[in-house]
Design a protein around this ligand. Structure first.
Ligand code: COA
Ligand code: AMP
Length: 635
């Protein structure tokens, strides 16, 4: 069947407002919007202004009322505990109502912020939906972040309540969350009034009288009392959530997502981009702390009436490299969405895919990969063994949904290995040189998106309009800067090559090297430092730190390096995967004092590099080569 992609994309280009008006019919509105797009509202315009809606109603209640009450909505599969918990849409509604009622009793009202700092337990998704039900704004913080990162988010979002759990479960260790939560609140200037804590049997924690509440008990009481809370009417343009993502400094950016546009785009994407029909099972093997978890574990599948799988575990080691095949087979998964790292891990442990024949994957149709560059070898391996289309697609926390894709729902286009596909409706992608001029087809440049951004994209950063303009809009007037460098080919396929800022992508996790440098600089013996992302076979990239010690430091450099590594783990968290620091005598700089991080990365990765014309002292690069070789890096 020929793909309808070109016809659909062209119809959007001819009449963008008509296109989104039609897509908005997939959502139930309490009150229709006044305009599809109001160019005069907000920073670059707002979608569906005047519309009144509720995201929880669309994700849960309308399916209960519309004949899906007994269909599974959520399957929580924990490879860590060996337990599976399932919720029909009706059961999910009961849980969400109970948690919403607990929030309500603890003072949470429309517009209030609620931080959710949880491992991959079902209550994390239930908590997000409960906030949406009340019109409260959730801000989920990934569990692998340390107390200080949480504190920064508490101070920025100023939540009245934090929802958390006693512990997370990582292979070989139980992660106590409560000390991290308490530590963060101690560090933060803003103090939440209450913490709702889920006690997990693997490790319970003490609760602070007056502030902390046992979430499980409180929900059980609400259920016994037959609690009910209506979905609160919110404006389409009201925020649904704030999700913090790495920026170029230690201060993360609070990406704001609204209710109306977000629902319209996600609902449209499920059928047209991911090829999913209501009633089918979708599994995004990510974490609710990331945008993939927000969009494709929680909201999109539920908005579309699909069953969603929430998985607590890893692709390998829980217990083996067949873990993903087990989940697909056991729950009848039609499509899996994960990061290429997960497949590199499986391929590394089980190159022949010997676990695969043990499982019935007959319902499995498509594998979707995103979050980092998908290397062609990994894609080919997955295609060969799974015998289904393997679809790379590209997007960002800021956009909330794919920018480029190969839309299986509209009909598959030819797959080009190394490319995450073609622009989706709503996206007019251009490649500009640094002076802001479009470059010829096939030329590398800055990937930018012509304004306005489509529904689901961030309207601004939380309480930071100026930073939003500076970070994304000022450099190329009329365009949104993605900070990715790439190439558009003659068929309109995009190739994403690298970031143009200091963001690195570690196992699909977006991290700021600038934030790591800020932490290293805090070490009393460190005079100067630089962090670069170097290639890693499993995680795509990992950070590599360079430190120059203060003159007069006579301690063993290995001891300082060990402390520096521990400091990053303590301040940012284990997710940073910061494991290597190399002490050098001097940092290579340009004559104007700019650190030559790009050249350092190339030396470490053993890539070809040219002596920068502006370098202050070329001998420094030789010193770095020697220091790296001594550590077995770049040899
Ligand atoms: N709470 C506490 N700690 C966490 C955590 C959480 N929610 N998530 C991760 N961590 C810790 C891990 O335990 C690990 O700690 P360690 O340094 O003590 O080993 C560290 O953070 C890094 O975690 P991770 O990136 O998961 O690496 P890993 O080495 O444990 O596992 C993979 C490697 C490939 C199995 C893993 O990276 C993976 O499954 N990747 C898939 C990618 C993915 O889901 N990306 C999400 C975006 S779509
Ligand atoms: P995040 O905001 O965490 O989703 O990270 C977004 C960034 O991850 C993008 O700007 C890219 O640099 C990178 N990225 C995401 N998906 C892909 C992909 N399919 N191919 C290459 N890079 C990707």
């Amino acid at each position: 069947m020929p793909s309808r992609y070109h016809e659909v994309y062209d119809s959007w280009k001819r009449d963008p407002e008509g296109f989104w008006r039609e897509a908005a019919k997939g959502i139930d509105w309490y009150q229709p919007f006044d305009t599809v797009f109001d160019a005069a509202d907000g920073i670059y315009g707002r979608w569906f202004a005047g519309g009144v809606c509720n995201t929880c109603f669309n994700a849960v209640d309308r399916h209960v009322a519309g004949g899906r009450a007994d269909q599974l909505a959520l399957i929580h599969d924990s490879a860590m505990t060996g337990k599976v918990r399932t919720y029909t849409f009706l059961e999910l509604q009961r849980e969400v109502v109970a948690l919403a009622q607990v929030l309500w009793h603890h003072g949470v009202r429309k517009g209030d912020r609620v931080i959710i700092y949880m491992p991959m337990v079902a209550e994390a998704a239930i908590g997000m939906l409960a906030c949406a039900r009340l019109g409260a704004i959730h801000s989920v913080v990934f569990g692998g972040f340390a107390a200080r990162e949480l504190a920064t988010r508490i101070d920025d979002a100023q939540p009245s309540v934090i929802v958390s759990a006693s512990c997370g479960l990582e292979p070989g260790r139980t992660v106590p969350y409560k000390p991290l939560l308490d530590g963060a609140i101690e560090l933060a200037r803003h103090k939440p009034k209450h913490c709702l804590v889920l006690q997990r049997e693997q490790l319970t924690c003490d609760l602070m009288p007056g502030r902390d509440v046992d979430l499980g008990d409180a929900m059980a009481r609400e259920k016994a009392a037959g609690a009910w809370v209506d979905c609160v009417h919110v404006e389409a343009t009201d925020p649904l959530y704030v999700l913090y993502t790495s920026g170029t400094t230690g201060q993360p950016k609070g990406v704001v997502r609204d209710n109306g546009g977000h629902m319209v785009m996600l609902h449209w994407s499920m059928e047209n981009e991911f090829g999913m029909k209501p009633g089918e099972v979708f599994w995004a093997a990510s974490d609710v702390g990331w945008v993939v978890g927000h969009s494709y574990i929680v909201y999109a599948p539920l908005l579309a009436g699909c069953t969603t799988v929430m998985y607590e575990g890893k692709p390998i080691g829980t217990p083996d490299a067949g873990a993903f095949w087990r989940v697909i087979a056991e729950h009848g998964v039609a499509a899996l969405f994960t990061a290429p790292t997960a497949f590199r891990a499986i391929k590394g442990q089980d190159p022949q895919a010997s676990f695969l024949p043990k499982y019935d994957l007959s319902k499995f149709r498509t594998l979707f990969l995103a979050g980092e560059r998908a290397d062609p070898e990994t894609i080919k391996w997955a295609e060969r063994h799974l015998k289904v289309p393997v679809i790379d697609h590209w997007w960002q926390t800021e956009t909330g949904a794919p920018i480029t894709h190969n839309p299986v729902g509209l009909g598959l286009l030819p797959v080009k290995h190394g490319s995450p596909g073609v622009p989706m409706p709503g996206y007019d992608i251009r490649i500009l040189n640094d002076a802001g001029h479009e470059v010829p087809t096939g030329t590398l440049g800055n990937v930018v998106l012509k304004l306005p951004l489509p529904p689901a994209c961030l309207p601004t950063l939380w309480h930071a309009d100026k930073r939003f303009r500076q970070a994304y809009l000022d450099e190329f007037p009329g365009y949104y800067k993605t900070a990715d460098a790439g190439i558009l080919d003659e068929d309109g396929y995009l190739f994403v090559m690298a970031r143009t800022d200091d963001i690195i992508n570690v196992a699909g996790h977006r991290l700021s090297t600038g934030a790591m440098e800020e932490v290293l600089a805090e070490h009393p013996d460190v005079a100067e430092c630089a962090v670069v992302g170097v290639a890693d076979e499993l995680k795509g990239q990992v950070p590599l730190g360079f430190v120059v010690l203060n003159s007069g430091v006579s301690r063993d450099t290995a001891a300082v390096e060990k402390e520096a590594i521990a400091l990053v783990r303590e301040r940012i968290g284990p997710v940073a995967a910061f494991k290597t620091v190399v002490t050098i005598k001097r940092l290579p700089k340009t004559r104007s004092g700019k650190v030559l991080r790009g050249t350092m990365q190339k030396i470490a990765d053993k890539e070809e590099w040219k002596m920068p014309a502006t370098i202050d002292d070329p001998a420094i690069l030789d010193e770095i080569g020697v220091a790296l070789h001594a550590r077995g890096i770049g040899v």
